[in-house]
Design a protein around this ligand. Structure first.
Ligand code: ARG
Length: 486
């Protein structure tokens, strides 16, 4: 370890004898005393933002290079700093952030750097501020986080596609308003939950396009006082270009809101999928049975098999919505530029990313292992589900649909009154409603025939489902765009 030790800004000028391991402050020359402990506790963000240390070190290395090119650092100094940053990274890998006393990740990295290379560490912050630093770190972090979320969303999408392909023969009631409406394929229901995930992937990519500008070199508010080549700096860190306005970019957290909104929607999709499966898994409906590995038990009721995985997915969606709401509520009150309020952003963003990454594999596992119960699905198919087919049959005989709708309504009433299924209404009584009805009823065929009658693109017929399976297989196989992972 090199000496001398880093200056501690909160102390009396001249007193630079901070011990290694004690808090390192990046400011304080103009203050007479140390900050109050209560303020320090409120102000400290290290427990949350220490997750950014890799990005902070990466950006610091690039900044050292930019300072060297600008003539602020000699080659030797820049090399010293880079070597020191490597050692800092190693110490952080080995847990140097645990219980560290520093205000935030930037002070932590700077303290460790002082400990490694001595006073030259003090040159690194030339023309740089924590305001441009933190938002650079956060963009770098989010770039990887979005790719990780995307990979999990795609994996769930592939699972849904696989289960759908297996389940193409199973037919169950399709519901609207919670009421049985028309027969559909089980595959079709699963795919209805896969399409939102395909859109989620598109949204995550769209969010990543707003991470393409590099804030570093913006300084605190008005640009850097050093003639930094920001294009080269941006390129080195894998950004497409430097950000165009220092005041804007240091206070911009739109990308956090966008990421949270995209994550909240992923959460909502998992919640809707889980909610529907919870109903299907209920004792009353029983269309699916969850594997033991994805059920939990009750401490009191020995017979219980609880679908906690889906209940938790439902609750996690609310949690992410809370993160989004908190971020947006904070942002709306702020002028352009950095305000300390923005320090809170990371807690919400990390929480939302962690929550989604925790939930997705569990929902995927539950789906991979659940058993669809074709017998229960079939038992729920009642003849009322054929009413639209009867009306369509009359339409083929030239009856206007609105009229056919009314006629079939009367037929349904007759069947209900007689306590028989639709096709069993006596031919004479059906004919009394409309002369073409007996023939239409005789031609209704099987549930499979009914589903196959809806072969339009986007429908539930075998061919229409096969087309969707292909399109979704492509959507979920597509890799995360390379340009966003430099
Ligand atoms: N810990 C701060 C944050 O997360 C870093 C930026 C602090 N900037 C400042 N001027 N105090 O936002």
């Amino acid at each position: 370890m090199a000496s001398p030790a880093p200056p501690s800004g909160g102390d009396t000028p001249g007193d630079s004898g901070t011990r290694p391991g004690s808090a390192h402050q990046m400011w304080g020359g103009r203050f007479q005393g140390a900050p109050a402990e209560a303020l320090e506790r409120l102000n400290c963000s290290l427990p949350v933002d220490q997750r950014l240390w890799r990005q902070d070190v990466q950006a610091a290395e690039a900044w050292a290079g930019a300072l060297r090119r600008a003539g602020i650092l000699t080659d030797l100094e820049a090399a010293d700093l880079r070597r020191g940053l490597g050692q800092v990274a190693e110490r952080l890998t080995n847990g140097a952030a645990d219980h560290a006393p520093d205000e935030d990740v930037h002070s932590l990295v700077e303290r460790l750097l002082y400990e490694e290379v001595g006073t030259v560490a003090g040159k690194l912050n030339t023309g740089r501020s924590r305001n441009d630093q933190v938002v650079t770190d956060l963009r770098l972090w989010l770039r990887d986080a979005l790719a990780a979320v995307d990979a999990e969303v795609a994996a769930l999408g592939r699972t849904l596609g696989g289960r759908a392909a297996e389940g193409i023969d199973l037919i169950l009631p399709g519901y609207t308003h919670g009421q049985r409406a028309q027969p559909v394929r089980w595959a079709y229901v699963l795919l209805a939950h896969a399409w939102p995930l395909a859109r989620d992937r598109e949204r995550l990519v769209a969010v990543a396009t707003h991470l393409e500008e590099c804030p570093l070199g913006s300084g605190a508010v008005a640009g850097s006082g050093v003639a930094i080549d920001r294009d080269a700096l941006a390129a080195e860190l894998g950004f497409r270009r430097p950000s165009p306005n220092a005041l804007d970019v240091t206070g911009d957290r739109d990308f956090v809101v966008e990421a949270l909104a995209a994550l909240a929607l992923v959460g909502a999709h998992l919640s809707r999928l889980g909610g529907e499966l919870m109903v299907y898994a209920s004792s009353e409906v029983g269309f699916v049975r969850l594997a033991d590995a994805y059920c939990t038990g009750s401490s009191l009721l020995p017979q219980k098999r609880n679908p906690d995985v889906f209940e938790l997915a439902r609750a996690k969606a609310g949690r992410i919505l809370g993160d989004l709401t908190a971020m947006l509520a904070t942002l709306r009150g702020l002028p352009a530029g950095y305000s300390k309020d923005l320090q809170e952003d990371k807690g919400w963003l990390f929480d939302a990313v962690d929550t989604v990454l925790l939930t997705l594999p569990a929902v995927r596992g539950a789906l991979e292992t659940l058993t669809p119960r074709g017998d229960r699905m079939e038992a729920a198919l009642d003849d009322g589900l054929l009413a639209t087919d009867v009306a369509d049959g009359l339409v083929r005989q030239g009856v206007p649909f609105r009229e056919a709708h009314g006629l079939v309504g009367r037929l349904v009433r007759e069947a209900e009154r007689d306590g028989v299924v639709l096709p069993a209404v006596a031919a004479a009584r059906a004919a009394a409603i409309h002369p073409a009805l007996p023939a239409v009823l005789a031609e209704l065929g099987t549930w499979e025939d009914s589903v196959e009658r809806r072969g339009t693109m986007g429908g539930s017929s075998r061919a229409a489902v096969a087309r969707q399976l292909e399109a979704l297989a492509r959507a979920f196989a597509a890799p995360w765009p390379r340009s966003h992972v430099p």
